[in-house]
Design a protein around this ligand. Structure first.
Ligand SMILES: O=C(O)COP(=O)(O)O
Length: 227
């Protein structure tokens, strides 16, 4: 197998179980707009495409007319960002096995975060989790066009890590993570412990990870074939 020279990790649902924190920030922003809250299970299903998509889903689920949805987007987004930055890791936890995985990988491979969260929010959550120091760079979707499944963020991470996308592995829980990996020409490892579904159709998934420890086992296994 061609050696993997750098790894990009998705954030929400892969490194951090953030659904409780995202729900909390969303509900604070909705309350400010005198709208009703949603439970964590519902919000978990809306995570993965960034806060604007999350907020649009919540406003549509609040049975508001499209015009009102468009009118409230900016206000709810500002409230969401403020609530997130006020307590970035509240109601969140690190998935079991992630800290040990990063400790194992960090000395030998450059690591990056590639997330549909805007960079400032992603860095705050990682800082709150005590994980920021493990990563050489953090690549968040600061514009809609950068969002996975676009390869844009993975390509940016490859440049930052001085690696070719073909020599990289993207670890993520969403089908969009695997589609972005495919589009960037990098390998994909799907994290089964997160919020998403594996990609259907032509996929870059070379490894299915039941736990973070599976990644270490596969990277060190001579039998691990991928592409
Ligand atoms: O939806 C988000 O805010 C970010 O999601 P991601 O970290 O899974 O890309």
């Amino acid at each position: 197998m061609k050696a993997i020279r750098a790894i990009a990790f998705d954030l929400d649902g892969t490194l951090v179980d953030s659904a409780g924190g995202v729900a909390n920030a969303l509900n604070a922003a909705l309350a400010d707009a005198t709208l009703a809250p949603f439970d964590v299970a519902t919000v978990r299903g809306w995570i993965g495409d960034g806060p604007d998509a999350l907020i649009a889903r919540a406003l549509r689920a609040s049975d508001l007319p499209e015009l009102r949805v468009a009118g409230l987007m900016g206000r709810v987004r500002r409230g969401f960002d403020a609530a997130t930055l006020e307590a970035p890791f509240a109601h969140c936890s690190i998935f079991e096995g992630i800290e040990a995985l990063l400790e194992d990988l960090a000395p030998s491979l450059p690591l990056a975060v590639v997330t549909n969260k805007p960079t400032v929010l992603a860095r705050a959550v990682l800082e709150g989790a005590g994980l920021l120091h493990r990563f050489s760079s953090v690549h968040g979707a600061d514009m809609a066009t950068q969002r996975k499944p676009s390869p844009w963020l993975i390509e940016q991470a490859a440049r930052a890590l001085a690696a070719k996308p073909a020599d990289m592995l993207m670890v993520g829980d969403a089908s969009t993570d695997m589609q972005a990996a495919l589009a960037a020409g990098c390998k994909g490892a799907w994290a089964a412990w997160g919020y998403g579904q594996p990609a259907s159709g032509p996929a870059a998934v070379c490894w299915h990870l039941d736990t973070p420890a599976d990644l270490i086992a596969l990277l060190t296994s001579a039998r691990a074939q991928c592409h």
